[in-house]
Design a protein around this ligand. Structure first.
Ligand code: FAD
Length: 370
């Protein structure tokens, strides 16, 4: 018997919404269900005091893939925002990523050759370390003492909740040094923020698609499955299989928000706090993503945290144990031809947004050609 829907899509994040949009466009009937009380998953933005607030952490869209850029711009226009974070270490400010401005602020060097020589001098002190055993040793070999102690150590320790000597060396393979006065964080060709926020982007994608909020797939899985020919699942893969091989680990985040009665708090969207003594890693001032001129401002302090019951899963921890557990789940997933597992949680992978767009469009293509 023909089922009511062609696709039941679990999750209204970027992956689920692109899939729903593309299939609806091709005449398929889709139902999107979402556990939260809003669409857009982790790229959800909420308008507060006229400011589009990135509720699950700051999101900057960047890509070198023209097709992906044109795709997202076909829904809403993107602005010209360029991510140029500032680092604050003990009250002194440094430009990021590491570039000629940073080297000038660190050492007063004014030319690329002077900067290069200074870095080499700093690195020379650690030439004796040939087989780095942890992140501290690796960072010292790559960048020397000043860059490590002022800009890497505290920030990374807060991110991981561990001392740098307990974090594996492979986390930093290289340090990207730029010998030009260029504060643009990303090397990509295209970069920006959707005008009106990311929720506007997802709303456009979901136009004409049936969406039901506040529904947890697992509250009535067999009934929901019975509604559609195929399921697209963008939730956590370990949850789908009832944690039978154990939980996959994540790092979580806690956000502390404040509305301030002033137009401009820090003059930049992102300021990183790189010393360990300050418990948050960065402060986001959301209005600067869209060049806002509102009378008030909205800021968010980000505190990295261990993942415990009830918290949001943010960053997968792709170490050996977790990769093995994921592989076990993936083997089960591959045996379900009518369920597509896609997106950051179902693939247990850190994906930037442009990668999610690429992946979702790839999955659509393979569905269409079946
Ligand atoms: P999600 O957005 O998580 O969507 C999954 C959806 O499924 C959620 O809405 C969830 O509620 C729903 N769901 C799950 N289980 C169920 C269930 N059982 N029933 C019903 N619904 C369910 N990328 C960039 O490109 N640039 C950035 O600057 C950037 N910054 C980031 C900052 C942070 C702090 C983090 C954590 C990520 C950042 N990313 C960034 C990555 C970006 O957030 C992801 O690429 C993107 O959100 C992934 O989309 P998704 O659809 O896979 O997942």
């Amino acid at each position: 018997m023909q089922k009511e829907y062609d696709y039941l899509i679990i999750g209204s994040g970027l992956f689920g919404s692109i899939f729903a949009h593309e299939m609806t466009k091709r005449g398929k009937k889709c139902l999107v269900i979402e556990r939260r009380n809003h669409i857009a998953g982790n790229i959800y933005t909420e308008n507060i005091e006229g400011i589009n607030v990135h509720k699950y952490g700051a999101h900057i869209f960047h890509t070198s893939n023209k097709e992906v850029w044109e795709y997202v711009n076909s829904f809403v226009e993107f602005n010209r925002f360029t991510n140029s974070p500032i680092a604050n270490h003990k009250g002194k400010l440094y430009n990021l990523p590491f570039n000629m401005n940073t080297f000038y602020q660190l050492w007063g060097v004014k030319t690329p050759q002077e900067a290069y020589d200074k870095i080499e001098e700093q690195r020379a002190e650690y030439k004796h370390i040939t087989d780095p055993q942890n992140l501290e040793e690796q960072a010292l070999i790559l960048g020397g003492k000043d860059i490590y102690e002022k800009l890497i150590k505290g920030y990374t320790e807060k991110q991981w909740g561990r001392s740098a000597t307990e974090i594996p060396a492979f986390i930093i393979r290289r340090l990207p040094f730029r010998f030009t006065f260029d504060n643009n964080y990303f090397n990509d060709t295209y970069q920006g923020i959707p005008t009106g926020g990311y929720t506007a982007l997802i709303e456009k994608m979901l136009e004409g698609v049936e969406v039901k909020l506040n529904i947890d797939y697992f509250s009535d899985k067999s009934y929901l499955d019975s509604l559609a020919e195929k399921v697209v699942y963008t939730g956590k893969i370990d949850e789908y299989f009832d944690y039978q091989f154990g939980h996959l680990d994540y790092r979580s985040l806690r956000f502390e928000n404040e509305i301030l009665d002033q137009p401009n708090y820090q003059g930049n969207a992102v300021v990183n706090y790189t010393e360990r003594a300050i418990p948050y890693t960065r402060i986001i001032e959301h209005k600067h993503f869209e060049f806002g001129t509102q009378p008030k401002t909205y800021i968010t302090k980000e505190y990295p945290e261990d993942m415990t019951e009830g918290k949001e899963a943010y960053y997968p921890i792709n170490d050996e144990r977790n990769q093995q557990v994921y592989q076990n789940y993936k083997t089960l997933a591959d045996q379900l031809p009518n369920v597509i597992f896609g997106g950051r949680l179902a693939e247990y992978k850190y994906y930037d947004m442009h990668q999610v767009v690429e992946k979702a469009l790839e999955v659509v293509k393979s569905e269409v050609f079946i």
